[in-house]
Design a protein around this ligand. Structure first.
Ligand code: ADP
Ligand code: MG
Length: 602
């Protein structure tokens, strides 16, 4: 049936809005297009900022080539691109973009502002509302481009309706940015959500350094490197230790010619390589960079460009499976305990970093600063900073079995070699609550709960990127008032980083599926309940609360070794005399103070 007006070309805004349906599905896809454009423009510094999961605000600023003032309108015109000129070029694509669709599509479904400059100080701003240009003004801007996208999909209610909770959209954005960051180590990349810095990857970090920011140390340390040059094909990357296999395929990142892709062939090659080494329902971690001649792949399969076709799929499959199989075969060192003689004493060591021990294993806790030394090596510059990560980190119940063995010197028959420089002496415990020590000619009374809280707080703060979790075989259920679930959701990402896997099966029913190894299930439940009562607002609050919940209590009897281990770890802390809440941890008396107390002197 034909409309009354007959056939007519759609107005450009409508054409763009229809195209937007394919290119921009959600905030994360906008982010992907904008960051790709920045990379195509040769940027070495990219700053990304989103609010409300990207729906209300997305900003990407770069120091790339910029766009000439007279070309700004063209950049927003459909099928206008600087990256492709002929059909032959389409066979040989080296840039991320080439379709000239992203900017006009995004600008047609948002309030859009493009600021760009090809020469320091001389910039222009183009403002567009729902595809209609409303203003063009001059401004001062260093060379580069800054794009702001506000109120995405406000004019496309059907699309808006399909957006998930801001926290979910934020997570998808983090995933996209992370994937890109791993393939561009030469780019300084900062990502902010609201007021928080999610991460700041510095220029020229290694892949391991960047991974250490987003993956637990146990996984990063188990990664094996591989590289193979086979004719015109190059493959390199990292393959995870089979012992750290997990229940989801969310730590397998594949890049073809630096472009992050989802590809079934490569995924099945990876799984095939691990066959027999991990359970059928487990997935390993792997990062694979494939470099092939551009004319052997077709990236023009879908507007989002996350799918590709290979000319020779079988060769790709064999290449990837082969290189990983050989890497795993070479690996003669399973993550097992071995015993070494060290200074005449048997000390158990592990090839992997042990997971945090439960609080009751005080001696293990005392080892913590040492345990993390290795993980710290990756971020030894302390540059990579992560306040939270969205990368899902769920392990299956089987994950428990494959977790690396814990090194608990508490259970070791040999005495623990002293590893600290503490020069004091531990005298004993009073009232199962205070530890009595001497140190530097002072008598010290230590509040054991506050001291342990302080130790745990520092550990949590230093390992904030790890997000280790302990899956619960039987999830804990908590029923919530809707307002409580809102409070909880506002800290959802932070809780994930702390090691919780939570699911709201309905707005009033929370299921806790995994908990931080530091907490026992009962304490974990209390911790979550505290949060629903509004006791924490920030990551610092959460660390403090978790340290409090995980710490030994007043009234807990400690063995001599346990007490000593606590004292030694506490002694190494920078602000050791106060607990995270600001209460005193230790009270000290010097000889003079005692003389005064005993009225031996005036
Ligand atoms: P494509 O990337 O497929 O060419 P886009 O719609 O994403 O299409 O961008 C259109 C054009 O705008 C690009 O070809 C490029 O010339 C220019 N452009 C977009 N973003 C940037 C940027 N950040 N820096 C420099 N030029 C840009
Ligand atoms: Mg583009």
């Amino acid at each position: 049936m034909q409309g009354a007006q007959g056939i007519a070309l759609l107005p450009p805004e409508l054409q763009n809005q229809i195209a937007a349906g394919e290119v921009v599905e959600r905030p994360a896809s906008v982010l992907k297009e904008l960051v790709e454009n920045a990379l195509d423009a040769g940027a070495t510094q990219i700053r990304i900022h989103i609010r409300d999961g990207g729906q209300s605000f997305i900003q990407v600023s770069d120091n790339g080539s910029g766009i000439a003032p007279e070309q700004l309108e063209l950049a927003l015109t459909r099928h206008a691109t600087s990256k492709l000129a002929s059909v032959e070029d389409l066979q040989n694509i080296h840039s991320f973009g080439f379709r000239g669709e992203a900017l006009p599509s995004i600008a047609s479904v948002s309030r859009f502002r493009l600021t760009s400059s090809i020469k320091n100080g001389e910039g222009h701003i183009l403002e567009v509302i729902h595809g209609r240009m409303v203003a063009k003004t001059a401004t001062a801007l260093p060379q580069g481009t800054d794009i702001e996208v506000r109120d995405l999909f406000a004019n496309v209610p059907a699309r808006l309706k399909f957006l998930k909770q801001p926290t979910t959209e934020s997570r998808k954005c983090t995933e996209i940015v992370t994937r890109m960051a791993l393939a561009h180590l030469d780019v300084d990349l900062e990502f902010l959500q609201g007021e928080r810095q999610v991460f700041h990857f510095f220029k020229d970090q290694t892949l391991e350094q960047r991974l250490a920011v987003i993956w637990p140390g146990t996984i990063v340390q188990g990664l094996r490197e591989f590289a193979l040059h086979d004719g015109s094909y190059k493959v390199r990357g990292l393959a995870g230790d089979p012992a750290t296999a997990q229940g989801r395929a969310d730590r397998i990142f594949v890049y073809v010619n630096s472009r992050p892709v989802q590809d079934k062939i490569i995924l099945s090659a990876v799984r095939e390589a691990y066959r027999g080494r991990i359970l059928g329902k487990e997935y390993p971690q792997a990062i694979i960079f494939l470099d092939l001649p551009a004319d052997e792949i077709d990236v023009n399969v879908h507007p989002a460009k996350t799918e590709i076709r290979f000319q020779d799929e079988r060769a790709i499959f064999r290449l990837v499976r082969g290189v990983i199989v050989r890497t795993l075969e070479q690996d003669r060192q399973p993550a097992q305990r071995s015993f070494q003689e060290q200074e005449g004493q048997a000390v158990s060591v592990s090839t992997s970093q042990p997971s945090p021990a439960p609080w009751s294993e005080l001696v293990s806790v005392a080892e913590k600063p040492h345990d993390y030394q290795h993980a710290d090596k990756f971020s030894s510059t302390k540059k990579a900073q992560l306040l939270f990560t969205d990368v899902p980190n769920v392990v299956s119940a089987q994950g428990e079995k494959s977790a690396p063995p814990q090194v608990s010197l508490a259970s070791s028959p040999s005495p623990r070699p002293s590893q600290t420089s503490w020069s004091g002496a531990y005298l004993g415990q009073f009232d199962s609550t205070y530890l009595l020590l001497t140190e530097n000619n002072e008598l010290v009374l230590l509040d054991q709960h506050a001291a342990h809280e302080r130790v745990l707080f520092d550990i949590l703060k230093n390992q904030s990127t790890r997000g280790d979790r302990q899956p619960l075989l039987v999830p804990l259920e908590i029923s919530l008032h809707p307002s409580q679930s809102e409070v909880l959701q506002s800290l959802w990402n932070e809780l994930r980083v702390l090691g919780f896997t939570l699911e709201l099966s309905s707005p009033t029913c929370l299921s806790i599926q995994a908990i931080p190894p530091l907490l026992k299930p009962g304490a974990a439940k209390e911790f979550i309940e505290d949060i629903t009562l509004g006791k924490a607002r920030s990551m610092d609050d959460l660390w403090a609360l978790m340290a409090c919940r995980g710490a030994i209590k007043a009234g807990d009897k400690l063995t001599h070794d346990e007490a000593l281990a606590l004292v030694e770890s506490w002694n190494e802390l920078p602000h050791k005399d106060y607990c995270p809440h600001g209460r005193p941890v230790a009270i000290r008396w010097g000889v003079r103070d005692l003389e005064k107390l005993f009225k031996r002197r005036g």
